[in-house]
Design a protein around this ligand. Structure first.
Ligand code: DX5
Ligand code: ZN
Length: 305
């Protein structure tokens, strides 16, 4: 949820309300009055808001010189920082600083900027943000053509990420446009003014927009065949403990979350050394994990036999 259109005199309560009403994250629109014709808030405000909620903070820096302030935004507690591809200063060092701090690094493209502008930086990206309005203000009309042209294609720039790469859509998202962007496989819908309407039921609006986006994802994408549900876990291997631990370390090092359990197929009281352990991974990472670790898994299965 973007707080750009919240009561700027009461941002602390705005973020606690957002959390209470069911927002997944806070999207922080930082504007310097130079990169965009508007001025909002900086790292100090974000640091103050950080104390008011546990929700993840996605910083959207619409500023010309992010390199000057990046350390402050990281210290303020941003979980991800997205800068713009159109800035004049070098981009790579700032993306590296964000990642070196263990946060997610993103690049954002304005409606008129082609996705190819991301090419030199693709391996440093965790997030691709597609603007569907001209950056600078909330409450603008959604650009459907831009969304259709860019959102699905944006995922290609995250193909190096075996898991966890995110495509964000920002600008004009509401209950009228949510199904379309959901149908383009978006991961994160940034929603602003649609949620801050006076007297509106914010919680209900969040649920509606989320449901419409999911409807689009489930039924508009993939010719109507529901793609892999996002958070289903699948068994990737069943091995003895030592081998299971080795494989877990390697798969996790590649960025894929792993769960390791005692195999339900062995008796509960069986010795942990003798019994099998199952490795679970997200279904969405199964193909990539098999490509990358299939042979290793087979070798470990032999060693486990
Ligand atoms: C605009 C910002 C957006 C904006 C979204 O420059 O980047 O995050 O706040 O607000 P709505 O949803 O009203 O377009
Ligand atoms: Zn934004």
């Amino acid at each position: 949820m973007s707080i750009l259109d919240a009561d700027l005199g009461n941002l602390g309560n705005a973020v606690t309300r957002a959390e209470r009403e069911g927002a997944d994250r806070i999207h922080l629109d930082v504007m310097d009055g130079h990169f965009v014709p508007n001025l909002t808030f900086g790292a100090k405000t974000i640091a103050a808001l950080r104390r008011r909620t546990r929700l993840p903070f996605d910083a959207h820096l619409m500023i010309s010189e992010p390199s000057r302030y990046i350390d402050e935004f990281l210290e303020a507690g941003c979980d991800s920082v997205t800068i713009h591809a159109e800035i004049d200063e070098p981009i790579e060092p700032t993306l590296r600083s964000i990642r070196a701090a263990g946060r997610a690094a993103g690049l954002c493209v304005k409606p008129g900027t082609p996705l190819s502008a991301l090419e030199p930086y693709r391996r440093l990206l965790d997030i691709v943000m597609v603007m569907t309005v001209e950056p600078g203000f909330g409450g603008q009309a959604f650009m459907a053509d831009v969304a259709r042209a860019k959102v699905l294609a944006a995922r290609e720039y995250l193909s190096h990420k075996l898991h966890g790469g995110e495509v964000h859509v920002d600008g004009g998202v509401n209950r009228e446009t949510a199904e379309l962007v959901g149908g383009l496989g978006v991961d994160i819908l940034v929603v602003g003014s649609a949620l801050w309407r006076k007297g509106a039921d914010m919680g209900r609006e969040i649920r509606l927009i989320r449901a419409l986006a999911d409807e689009g994802y489930q039924y508009a994408l993939n010719e109507g065949v529901a793609p892999i549900p996002r958070d289903r876990m699948v068994t990737f291997a069943s091995l003895r403990r030592d081998q299971a631990r080795h494989l877990r370390e390697e798969v996790e090092a590649a960025g894929i979350p792993v769960l390791l359990f005692r195999s339900p197929e062995d008796p509960a009281d069986m010795d942990d050394e003798a019994r099998r352990w199952v490795i679970l991974i997200p279904a969405s990472a199964e193909v990539a994990a098999t490509e990358r670790f299939g042979r290793r898994r087979t070798a470990l299965q032999r060693a486990s036999a």
